[in-house]
Design a binder for this molecule. Sequence first.
Ligand code: ZN
Length: 353
Amino acid sequence: MRNYKNIPYYILGSGAISELSGLLEKRRIKNNSKVIFMIDSFFKGKRIEKKLLSKNDDILLFVSTEKELYAEYVDELSDRIKNICRGELPVAIVGMGGGTTMDLAKCVSILLTNSGKAEDYQGWDLVKNPGIFKIGIPTISGTGAETSRTGIFTGMQVKSGINSDYSIFDQIILDTQFLKTVPLNKFIFTAMDCYLHDIELLKGNNNGITKALAEESLSLIREIFLKKMDYEKLMIASYLGGNAMATADGGHICHPVSYGVSLVLGIRHGLSVCLAFNALANYYPKEIREFKKILKKFNITLPKNVTANCTEEQFDRMVEAVLKNEKPLRNSFGENWQKIFTKNKVKEILKRI
Ligand code: ZN
C-alpha cells in the first residue's frame, strides 16, 4: 500500500518571512555554507535582497516566469548553480514567487543531487536521491505548488512533472502580506486553478483524506469567489489543495486536456485550465454552471476559437500529449480508459477550445 507524504513544516501569518534567516542558520554547518535564493523576477528592484540575504556567500538568482516553465530552463539553472558552487552543494534552496518559481525550485533541488536532465525524471517516483533542503515562499496562492509533490514543466513531448516524495518542500513560509501585491486578474486565474484541482480530485477515485482536504479547500475557495476576498483563506485553500494533490492517486480530465493546449500553444496554466474546463461541460455538468457564474462575477470573458487556426499536425501533438497523462485518465475512466477517451474524442474537445 502507498505510504502518503505531506509537507512537514509550515509557518503561517502576516510577516512570517522574518523567520527565514533563523531557519537557514540552522542549516549552515560551516562558514562557507551557501544558500541559493531563486526569486521571481517580479521582485527585481524591490529591495527584497535586504530582507532575505543574511550571508555574503549566498547567491540570489532572479528567475524568469514570464513564460511557461520549460525543461531547458530547469537544466540551465541547475548547471549554473553547479558551476557557481564548484562541487560543494548549497545547504538550502529558497524558492520565492508564484507556482512556476515553486516548481522550478523543486526541480532544481532534485537535479543538484541526481545526475542527468530534468526530462529523465518526468513521471512518477523516478527520483533516486533526496534533493537539496528546500524552503518555499509562495507570493501568489492557488496552484498548490507549495505543498504538492509535483514540479511541473514542459518537455519536448509532454507537459508533465517530476512527481516524487523528494520534490515536496521541507519547509514553507506562508506570509499573507505578499498576496496583497497580486493584481486581481492574476489572482482569479490562480485561484481558479485551485478550484479546478479540487473539483478534479473530488471526481477522481481518491482516498478519504485527499477528498476531505479537497472538500475543505473547495469550500474556502467558494467563499472567496462568491462572498468576499480573504488573503489568508486563499493561502489556506491553496495549501490544502496542494496537500490533497500530494496524496492523490490521480486527478481527472481537465488538467490533462489543459497540458495538451499549453504544450503546443504555450498558454499559461491558469488560463489553459479554464479553457479546458469550459470545453468539458459534458463531463462536469453541475460544476460548469458555478464556474460560469464566477467568471461572470469577475467580468472575465474567456478567449474563443483558440485552436481554430491549429494545423492537423498541431492537433495530433496535442492529442498525444493529453493521452500521455495515463494516471489521471485511468482514474477518470477506469482500466479501459483508452477505449472510452479515444483520440477522436480528445480532438473533438480540443476543437471546442
Ligand atoms: Zn493546476
